[in-house]
Design a protein around this ligand. Structure first.
Ligand code: TYD
Length: 203
């Protein structure tokens, strides 16, 4: 079986990071080789970009923000995602292209056709499966506040996060075969059961 590319998406505090552990456990049980990775910030250059992008003191336009996210992504694809997939290793990425559509398209209200043209130009791989963790913004933001210091995105007003959420749901609606929506308001066991059910469908 060809190695699969799985991405996790959602607004902050939606529970996606916890779910990575469940996916890892399942793949280990099945003796499948995998890596965990993330955006922004999978490589050393990516980490520098991440610093800039998440720092609340960074003052950049939405266009520059988009281009930095895409620079991070192209490097991630070239250095990590494609080499691993070609080496029969599954790739589990915490965020990928859908994040740019949701945050820079939905949240920052940049032109979606421009974002999609850039993505086409960059020739990015399409994930085999994307899990979208969805829940009301108010609940998600309560969770992120408990984690402590807020980053540049977490500090955005509630309308920004609602636009991100809506853009994600629209993406899921347009790509029902690839994107599976997981109700993040369920308890941890229910969320993890859904995650496993979806990943099992890839076998
Ligand atoms: P991170 O700490 O990874 O957030 P989380 O733990 O919620 O996944 O920070 C990544 C932030 O960057 C997050 O707020 C979403 C944002 N982002 C974009 O705006 N566009 C993108 O293309 C990507 C990959 C992330």
């Amino acid at each position: 079986m060809r190695a699969k590319f799985i991405t996790l998406e959602g607004i902050e505090g939606s529970g996606k990071t916890t779910s990575i552990k469940s996916i890892n456990n399942l793949l280990e049980q099945k003796k499948i080789r995998y890596i965990n990775t993330r955006e922004p910030g999978a490589s050393s250059m990516g980490n520098e970009l991440r610093e800039i992008l998440l720092n609340p003191n960074t003052n950049i336009s939405s266009e520059v923000e988009l281009l930095l996210m895409l620079a991070d992504r192209k490097d991630h694809v070239e250095k990590t995602i494609l080499p691993n997939l070609l080496n029969d290793t599954w790739v589990i990425s915490d965020r990928f292209m859908d994040s740019s559509i949701a945050y820079q398209g939905g949240g920052r209200q940049l032109d979606l056709s421009m974002i999609n043209s850039l993505a086409t130009y960059l020739n990015l791989p399409t994930p085999d499966s994307t899990l979208l963790f969805d829940l009301p913004v108010e609940i998600a933001l309560e969770r992120t506040k408990k984690r402590g210091k807020l980053d540049r995105f977490e500090k955005e007003e509630i309308e920004f996060h609602n636009r991100v959420r809506d853009a994600y749901l629209e993406l899921a609606n347009d790509n029902p075969d690839r994107i599976k929506v997981i109700d993040g308001t369920q308890n941890l066991e229910q969320v993890q059961a859904k995650v496993i059910e979806n990943i099992n469908q890839l076998f």
